[in-house]
Structures are given as C-alpha cells and as structure tokens.
Design a protein around this ligand. Structure first.
Ligand code: PXP
Length: 255
C-alpha cells in the first residue's frame, strides 16, 4: 500500500520496441532494455501490447515474463483477445487502457462509468486469476468511484493533461490539472484503491508527483527512452530514481 516510504518506478519499454520495429529486426531488444533498467534500480517493467502491435509484440511479452526478475505490468485494451493473452502470460499486473487505432499514444483515460457493464466481468476474471488489475483513468471523481465499485484494486491516474500543460508553460491550466490529480489521489486512497500515476512524466513532473503520499507507483517510458539516447538507460533510471526520492521526502509532511 502507498505510504511516504515506498514509491515504485515502473519503466515502460514500448519505445525501445518502436525503434527496433523501424528496421524490422531484433535490435534494440526491449527485453535487454528491461534487464538493464532493472539492474539500474527500476522496480518493475510496463509494456503495452496494442491491437496493432505497433511496438511490443506477443513474443516480447512472453520473453519479458520469462526473463525479468521484477513485476511485469501488462498494459492492454479490454478485449477478448488481450484477456486470452494475459491469462496465458500471467503477468503480475494488468493495466487496462483505452485504445484507438489512429492515436499516437494512449490519449485519454478509460471510461469506467460508460463501460461498467463490460468492465465489471473483465476485472472479475483477472481478479479471479490472481492478476492485479489497474484502471488507467483521468482524475475524475465519478471514474474513481466506479473503479472502486467494480473491485479494481488499483487505479493509474493519467498525468498526460497535466504534463502537457506544464511543458506548454500554461501555468493556470497546469495548476487546474494538478489540483485534479491531488484531489483524485486522495479520493482514490480513501476509497481503498492503490494509486499509480503515469503518462508524459519527466524528471521535474515525476519529482513533483512523488510528493503526493498516496502515489505508490509511477510508470514512465517515452521521456526516459529519449533521455537514454544521451546518457544511457542506467543513468536515466538513477536520475529518475533520485528525482522521485527528492519528491517523496516532501511527502512525509502533510499536504
Ligand atoms: N502508463 C500508461 C497506462 C500508459 O499508457 C503509458 C504510455 O504507454 C505510460 C504509463 C507511460 O507514458 P510515457 O511513455 O508518456 O511516459
């Protein structure tokens, strides 16, 4: 459970596979990257098997499960095909995300309220299989309450809108989005949910969100893969870990 002492770093290796797929061969290998980031201190690996297999492929997921020593967080859409693969792969966790074919990345949160009829049994099936379910949602009270009602043990708050506003220098929008995240994290914890965060985070935003004591895990990919081009994966993980640790220190005092 989240507290001021523990904050896990999950590294998303999707974009190592994006780079590999640009030439269609085996290099760079996302599994090798996963092993390297774990060696450097990552607490888990996240990978998204998309319907169009644009980055991670089925055998990447199987190899990640077989070869890494830390928890595997399998990101996927709530489809029958993905459920079958997840049940066969048996990852530590499944993070359910919305997926649209033409999107560049996961653009918004899951509509748990609108899809409650379909998601309820889906979550139940993963719960029964002993796979920890996380729902990737906006910090919206109705979505958070529905996640708890459907017995998802975890939510991951979509930090993309906040990070975009910070990057664009739109201070007032950034503050509004930040306050949504703060309130959402509090509400989720009080509803008994474990709270994760992810999307668009960099060193500065990860440090800031690490200051929220309710957050137990951050899942970060794109920025870290880009940064690794300049300083290497291991150094990127160490710098991110240090930023998160600095942020977490501030979480010990009440917000
Ligand atoms: N968490 C979830 C649920 C995601 O869909 C993504 C993007 O694949 C991430 C975290 C990581 O986002 P980013 O690559 O922007 O750090």
């Amino acid at each position: 459970m989240s507290n001021a002492q523990t904050l896990r770093l999950g590294v998303n290796v999707d974009h190592i596979a994006t780079l590999r797929n640009a030439r269609g061969g085996h290099h760079p290998d996302p599994v090798r990257a996963a092993l390297a980031v774990i060696e450097a201190g990552a607490d888990g690996i996240t990978a998204h098997l998309r319907e169009d297999r644009r980055h991670i492929r089925d055998d990447d997921m199987a190899r990640l499960k077989a070869e890494i020593s830390k928890p595997l967080n399998f990101e996927m859409a709530a489809t029958e095909e993905m459920l079958r693969i997840a049940l066969a792969t048996r990852p530590h966790a499944v993070c359910l995300v919305p997926e649209r074919r033409l999107e560049v990345t996961t653009e918004g949160g899951l509509d748990v309220v609108g899809q409650q009829k379909a998601l309820g049994p889906f979550i139940g099936c993963l719960n029964d299989a002993g796979i920890r379910v996380s729902l990737f949602i906006a910090a919206d009270p109705a979505q958070i309450e529905m996640a708890a009602k459907l017995h998802a043990p975890v939510i991951e708050i979509h930090t993309g809108a906040w990070c975009d506003a910070v990057t664009a220098g739109e201070t007032s929008r950034a503050e509004t989005e930040w306050q949504r995240i703060v309130a959402g994290a509090r509400l989720a914890q009080s509803a008994g949910l474990e709270v994760h965060g992810g999307h668009g985070l960099d060193y500065a935003t990860a440090e800031k969100i690490a200051g929220l004591p309710q957050i137990a895990e951050l899942n970060i990919g794109y920025f870290m893969v880009g940064e690794a081009l300049f300083v290497g994966l291991a150094e990127t993980v160490r710098t991110m870990r240090a930023a998160m640790d600095r942020g977490r220190k501030t979480a010990a005092s009440p917000a």
